[in-house]
Design a protein around this ligand. Structure first.
Ligand code: NAP
Ligand code: F7E
Length: 323
């Protein structure tokens, strides 16, 4: 039975990747942080389901290098997926050093622990389209990075650390450069989920207004459930490499609002208020990915359309609020 270790297992992608690997017959180990309220909600169904006995959670932190060494020595994974990060871009302006430590240095802590304990394990790093920042679209594997936030800067560090361990130590280390991907399991302070939760609350008569920042930003939004398949495929590829994962379609925040509100029979313009509190010191205006390399070499294409993604998220939030 192949053994996988997932950092960030309690997050959006960690939960979808756990689903996928358990369905493929893996023994899955996940690293969780100590928090005052248990943050395992996304894993609850999985843990109580038939494959739950193959999922083991361990306390650990990317800020605790010796703990990582101890866990890797104990688990001896065949594959390591590093999904843990302080992943919120706006918050990274308020916590720049913390973000640098977890999202940037955390990668090298994990790589170094792996080099010392299990250097033949395959490694996936959750790199991000935020590394491209202000580089003009479409962005692909050869596009130079120009990050526009402490988060983006930290992800560039993690990207090059991953390349460096491949080149320096001949380890199977890879970067998935993922563009925005969402789902009903997305945290509530990212713009998509913030919108779909508000639509559900407004439709249920529990809220009237939604305050947002920049409505003109364009993002290439895909479905997280489609994207975790690619993480796995990258580690089954014959050589370690870096891949852009995206849909090849960009939409504005405004368009997301239009579709989400209309799906609930609402007019977004009657409810959305622009609040400068949500503007960022530096914005990423236009992300549009070119994933032709992934399609060519890994045979991957996203299955879910933008419209399906938005309506799936609205439906899930409405079902939750309406019971
Ligand atoms: P997410 O929902 O924010 O999950 C982040 C995970 O990291 C959570 O499980 C969190 O644990 C954990 N974590 C945070 N700090 C940690 C630390 N110091 N030590 C150990 N674990 C820690 O993020 P996501 O959307 O699933 O994204 C997964 C990865 O892909 C992240 O690295 C993100 O930066 C990257 N990425 C995401 C996107 C996207 O659009 N979703 C695009 C490109 C790249 P808690 O539950 O305890 O907070
Ligand atoms: O913002 C604008 C905001 O926070 C998207 C992370 O997963 O994807 C994500 O980063 C856009 C930005 O995601 C609000 O200014 C307007 O232009 O949902 P977001 P993000 O910053 O693109 C990348 C690829 C990652 O790697 C990250 O981990 O929406 N926007 N009004 C707003 N954004 C938020 N959060 N809240 C608003 O009220």
């Amino acid at each position: 039975m192949p053994v996988a270790l997932i950092t960030g297992v309690s997050g959006q992608d960690g939960s979808y990747l756990s689903d996928l690997l358990l369905a493929k017959g893996y023994e899955v180990h996940g690293i969780v942080r100590r928090t005052s309220l248990l943050s395992r909600a996304r894993l609850e169904n999985l843990r109580s389901g038939p494959a739950g006995e193959r999922l083991t959670l361990h306390y650990g932190d990317l800020d605790e290098p010796l703990g990582l060494v101890r866990l890797l020595e104990q688990i001896q994974p065949d594959e390591v997926y590093n999904l843990a990060a302080q992943s919120h871009v706006q918050i990274s302006f308020e916590l720049p050093e913390f973000t640098g430590s977890v999202t940037g240095l955390g990668v090298i802590r994990l790589l170094e622990a792996l080099r010392l304990t299990k250097p033949d394990a395959k490694f996936y790093q959750a790199s991000s389209s935020e590394m491209f920042g202000s580089a003009p679209p479409p962005q692909h594997e050869g596009t130079p990075f120009h990050p526009r936030s402490p988060y983006g800067v930290a992800k560039v560090y993690g990207f090059w650390a991953t390349v460096n361990y491949r080149e320096g130590y001949d380890m199977f280390t890879t970067n998935g450069i993922l563009f925005n991907h969402e789902s009903p399991r997305r945290a509530e302070n990212f713009v998509t989920r913030k919108i779909t939760k508000a639509v559900a609350a407004i439709a249920a008569g529990k809220q009237t207004e939604l305050r947002l920042g920049n409505l003109d930003a364009k993002r290439d939004w895909g479905f997280a459930g489609d994207y975790v398949e690619l993480m796995w495929k990258m580690l089954q590829h014959h050589t370690p490499d870096d891949f852009v994962i995206a849909t090849g379609e960009a939409h504005t925040v405004r368009e997301f609002c239009e579709i989400a509100f209309a799906h609930a029979g609402l007019d977004w313009e009657k409810h959305v208020v622009v609040d400068p509190k949500f503007f960022r010191p530096a914005e990423v205006d236009y992300l549009l990915g070119d994933a032709s390399k992934a399609e060519r070499e890994l045979g991957w294409k996203p299955a879910t359309t933008f419209h399906q993604l938005v309506t799936m998220m609205v439906d899930a939030d409405r079902a939750e609020i309406e019971g």
